[in-house]
Structure formats: structure tokens, C-alpha cells
Design a protein around this ligand. Structure first.
Ligand code: PEP
Ligand code: MG
Length: 577
């Protein structure tokens, strides 16, 4: 079977050679090497060996000066082991006969050595066996780096294939070189998926054991609409694919005309369509005049891109830049939402058995208050005389909001005392993404200026289905009656308190869902920029009464299937006329 069915997480079509990337240093990719490239593969291995020897020499020198010649001797021994012609001959034989890449052949050698190690008796013999395999790990490291450098410098545009859809995979190559991403696992609402959508890169996940079937450079057709990946498409498939791509392009042109129009319903109601962004680079992908503001600035990605915590000044400059780029339109800055799968390499938190229910978002920043304080100071300075709003992630209780207000007040006071110009009236809002707040929202809403529903998390917590776990991907169903009732409830509470309410989770990518939200009483959504035009298209041909009727119909559904059917009928109506 050359057509593999997975789960679509980001729409679009891509036809290109694949580049298989390892998901973590512990994983070694395997691909087959065509007969006429075996010699080149053997040269790659030789180069990696040289590099490993150089690395061992450097380490020997460093250890010799820091700890003494004796401790450094082991590196010399390792270098000698790498010169053993027997082991090298075995690796080369595997490459030639099995026609696999050097990484996989070296890994096979290490495995054989480790198996041998398991059979040996006595510690000293075992240690000796470990010494035999260890130097080959340097070769593996060198190969992986070489591999990365080759792809990084080649400049070619590729479809990236990896084991898992992580933010690291999504940022492995510059965006302009990334035509598509496919991964063996990963949920539709994982952070990697969020990035794929915001980059506008077609992406399909849930393709178990796919990597073993791919060869480096094999041509693939990735269909981010149907969630399929075709290996080595034939001429007919390519023709069909190109036709669909042309139709999609035509649709894009229709939408391009709508993108600049305001998001006004057919009966004249102005609905807010904002963008979700992660970094300054995102500004290259949209025209700010097409949106009403930044509805969600996920600041953690600005932290993720750095080797250490950004200083107050560095953050100030970043936020200021975002506000400047928006030229007077509001920017909603969400405070640091790390934890879960968004881990900072320089902020090591203990491993948690259940990270989604663990130390994340405001739970971290209120415990390590310096994190919150520095970010708030930077934000208040950047927001001076500019329309900045602050959004708090993962709020669970009133105490968290109150404590945050205290930190705000003291940050503001000390900034003023230090002679900084600050914004005094910065609206502070909360994300609605922890289900318990649904029951206390009538009280919480009084302590914040606006609400923004994070459906990516709300759905996972409400349905007890991990957004990143492919085994429960089917249970993670935003079109679930419980979710729509929760959404309606939030709008009702916000409307009664006369506070603005938005949805910034990815559920709002879907124009039919946006109409339902409008009907429920939401006043805006925030989405990855390229979804704005479809949403405006939907809003501009719907009246508020029609949206209310849709919301009523969806709320009357008792099961997921009826919710899906009702929304799908609304979608079909949009495209019928
Ligand atoms: C959400 O949970 O819906 C959300 C917008 O936040 P994130 O995806 O960054 O967790
Ligand atoms: Mg969230």
C-alpha cells in the first residue's frame, strides 16, 4: 500500500522529496541507500570517523588539563578502538549488503556489542565491552550532525518526516524550505500541530511505523485535507494532485479578495478576527490590516528560541517590536505558558508522570515569581501608550488571579519609582482552559477584563483525552456536546458580566464553528493568520440570527455525530451559494 491514511492536522497539499529527521538524539533514522550512492555513503562514514577521532582528541586535551593525564587516557583508548579495522569492516559490510545508511549500520554494530555485553560475566569484562561500543557513539553523533548540516546547507525544499510532531521538528528547517510535515505520532491539537497550522504547512500525523518505509529523498504527496500520504506517486496521481492544487490555488485567490474586507456579518455586526502569533517572524506571513489585532501572542516561543531566559530589556524590545508592527492595533500578550510539551532547554523541571496535569503555565510563574515579574515589567514598559492586553494561561482559581494582580501592582509601582514610562490601564484577561473554572466563572469574571477560551486544552481536560496522545486522538473531539455546552456557558457568563469573550484555541480555525460561536454570544476569535479569510467569507454571508439558529441546533445535539453533522451542513451551506 503506497497510500497511507493518517490524521490531518494542517491543511494544504505538498508534493516533494522527503527528508527523514530523527525526533531525538536517542533515535537513529534508517533509510535505504540506492546502489549507486553506496560509495558516497561509505565516504560519509569515513568523514564521521575522522570527526569522532578529532572530538576524542579534543576531549582528551580538555580532561588532561582539568583532571590530569591519567583520567584523560580513556579517550586515547577510545580513539584506538575506532582504528580497529574489524569493527569498521563490519559496519561497511552492513552498509554495502543491506544498503542502509551509516547511522543505522553503526547503530547495528553498537547493538551487537551491547548484546555481547549482556552475555558476559563479571564487572570488569562488562566494562571492557562497554568501552568497545562507546567510541562508536561519537561516530553516530558525528553522523547525525553531518546529516543535519547537509540538509541545512542544501537549500532544497522538502517534506519533513519525523517520529513525533514536536515544536523542535517544526523549527528544524527554515519555514520557506518546509513544504510539509508528516509524523508517526502527534495529536491534532499538540503544540507542534499548532505551529504547523500557524506556519501554513500541510501536516499529517498518526502514521505509525512510516519512517521505516521511507527512503531519504523519496517523493511523497502529502494531502493535509484528507490526511493521507502517498509514497512515490505515479504519473496519474501527480496529475490528479496538481489539479487539486490548482483548484486550491483558485480558492485562495477568491479568498485573497475577501482577506482585506472587514469581518462584518450580513446584517452588519462587526465580529473581531484576530491572529495568534508566536514570534516576530510571523509578521512576514500576513498583512496586519487584515486582522483586528493579535488575540494571542504565545510568548513562550520567544523564550524557546533563546539559549537562556531573555532579560527584561530583551523582552521589552521584543514586545515593543510586536506592538510597533501592529501599528496601534491591540496585542494580547499571554504570560509564559511553559511546561507540558513546551520545555525550555535551560529551565530543567523534574520529570512528571503526568505533565498535562502538572507544573505548567501560571502554576510555574506564580511559584517562580521572578519569571512573572520580569515579564510583566517588560510588558508594562513596552505597552506604554500602546494597546496592550495581558492574558493569563492555565488559571484554576481566584487566588491565582489575585496574586497576579498583586504582582502587577508592585511591578507597576516599582517601574514608576524607577522613572519608567508605563501603561497604567492594561486589561488583564484569563484563559478559560481548565474545566473547573466553568463552575466559578461568574465570580472569576469579575476580577478580569476579558475571557479567552483555550479550547486546545479545555477539550483535553474536559474529555480526559491527552491532546498529544495518538491513542486517544479519536476521543479528543472538539465537536462534542460537552464542549459546545461549555463554550455556550462561557459566552453566557461573559455577556451577563458585560466582558468581552473570545476563543483563541484552534477550534476557531473552522468557519462553521466560528458562526456557532457568534451565535452563542462570542465577540471575537483569534486564529492562525491564514484562516482569517475563510472566516471572513463565512461571517460576511451569514446574519446573526442564522448564527444563533446554528448555535441552538448544535446545542440541541446529544452526541458527537449530530454535532458534526449539524456543523458540516452549515459548512456545506457556506459553499453552496
Ligand atoms: C489553548 O489551549 O487552546 C491555547 C490557545 O493555548 P495553547 O495551545 O498554547 O496551550
Ligand atoms: Mg492552552
Amino acid at each position: 500500500m503506497r497510500l497511507v491514511q493518517g490524521t490531518s492536522v494542517s491543511p494544504g497539499l505538498a508534493l516533494a522529496p522527503v527528508y527523514v529527521v530523527r525526533a531525538s538524539p536517542a533515535e537513529v533514522p534508517t533509510w535505504s541507500v540506492p546502489e549507486d550512492e553506496v560509495a558516497r555513503e561509505l565516504e560519509r562514514l569515513d568523514r564521521a570517523l575522522d570527526e569522532a577521532r578529532r572530538e576524542l582528541t579534543t576531549r582528551q586535551k580538555v580532561v588532561a588539563t582539568q583532571a590530569g593525564e591519567k583520567d584523560a587516557e580513556i579517550f586515547g583508548v577510545h580513539r584506538m578502538i575506532l582504528s580497529d579495522p574489524g569493527a569498521l569492516a563490519q559496519v561497511k559490510k552492513t552498509i554495502r549488503e543491506e544498503r542502509i545508511n551509516s547511522e543505522a549500520a553503526v547503530q547495528a554494530l553498537i547493538r551487537r556489542m551491547e548484546q555481547m555485553l549482556g552475555k558476559l560475566e563479571g564487572n570488569s569484562v562488562r566494562n571492557f565491552a562497554a568501552d568497545l561500543s562507546d567510541p562508536w557513539r561519537y561516530v553516530l553523533d558525528a553522523l547525525m550532525r553531518v546529516e543535519r548540516e547537509t540538509i541545512a546547507s542544501s537549500g532544497s525544499k522538502v517534506i519533513l518526516a519525523a517520529a513525533e510532531l514536536t515544536p523542535a521538528v517544526m523549527t528544524y528547517l527554515p519555514r520557506e524550505r518546509l513544504l510539509g510535515v508528516i509524523t508517526e505520532s502527534g495529536g491534532r491539537f499538540s503544540h507542534g500541530a499548532v505551529l504547523a497550522r500557524s506556519f501554513g504547512v500541510p501536516c499529517v500525523v498518526g502514521l505509525p511505523q512510516l519512517l521505516g518505509r521511507l527512503e531519504q529523498g523519496m517523493v511523497l504527496a502529502v494531502d493535509g485535507e484528507r490526511g493521507t500520504v502517498q509514497l512515490r506517486p505515479g504519473e496519474d496521481d501527480i496529475r490528479d494532485f496538481e489539479q487539486r492544487r490548482a483548484r486550491r490555488l483558485a480558492r485562495t485567490e477568491v479568498l485573497a479578495n475577501i482577506a482585506a474586507e472587514p469581518a462584518v456579518t450580513a446584517d452588519g455586526f462587526r465580529f473581531g478576527v484576530n491572529v495568534n502569533i508566536e514570534s516576530l517572524r510571523d509578521f512576514d506571513g500576513f498583512d496586519r490590516t487584515h486582522c483586528d489585532g493579535v488575540g494571542l501572542l504565545r510568548t513562550e516561543f520567544m523564550y524557546l528560541e533563546r539559549p537562556q531566559f531573555p532579560s527584561e530589556d530583551e523582552q521589552f524590545r521584543l514586545y515593543r517590536r510586536v506592538l510597533e508592527r501592529m501599528e496601534g492595533q491591540p496585542v494580547t500578550l499571554r504570560t509564559l505558558d511553559i511546561g507540558g510539551d513546551k520545555r525550555l532547554p535551560y529551565f530543567k523541571t523534574p520529570p512528571e508522570p503526568n505533565p498535562a496535569l502538572g507544573w505548567r503555565g501560571i502554576r510555574i510563574t506564580l511559584q517562580w515569581q521572578d519569571l512573572m515579574r520580569v515579564q510583566i515589567r517588560a510588558a508594562l514598559r513596552a505597552g506604554a501608550n500602546r494597546p496592550l492586553r495581558i492574558l493569563l494561561p492555565m488559571v484554576t482559581s481566584l487566588e491565582e488571579i489575585q496574586l497576579t494582580h498583586e504582582i502587577f501592582d508592585s511591578a507597576r509601582a516599582s517601574l514608576v519609582e524607577q522613572g519608567h514610562e508605563v501603561e497604567r490601564e492594561v486589561p488583564v484577561g484569563m484563559m478559560v482552559e481548565v474545566p473547573s473554572v466553568l463552575f466559578t466563572l461568574h465570580e472569576l469574571v469579575r476580577h478580569v477584563d476579558f475571557l479567552s477560551v483555550g479550547t486546545n486544552d479545555l477539550v483535553q481536560y474536559l474529555l480526559a483525552a491527552d491532546r498529544d496522545n495518538p491513542w486517544v486522538a479519536r476521543l479528543y473531539e472538539p465537536q462534542h456536546p460537552a464542549v459546545v455546552h461549555a463554550l455556550a456557558h462561557v459566552a453566557k457568563v461573559a455577556n451577563a458580566a458585560q466582558k468581552p469573550c473570545a476563543v483563541c484555541g484552534d477550534i476557531a480555525d473552522d468557519p462553521a464553528i466560528v458562526l456557532m460561536l457568534l451565535g452563542m454570544g462570542y465577540d471575537s476569535v483569534s486564529v492562525a493568520p491564514h484562516f482569517m479569510a475563510e472566516i471572513k467569507y463565512a461571517l460576511r454571508r451569514t446574519t446573526r440570527e442564522q448564527a444563533r439558529e446554528l448555535a441552538r441546533d448544535v446545542l440541541a445535539c446529544n452526541d458527537c455525530e449530530s454535532v458534526r453533522r449539524t456543523l458540516s451542513a452549515a459548512r456545506a451551506r457556506l459553499h453552496a451559494d
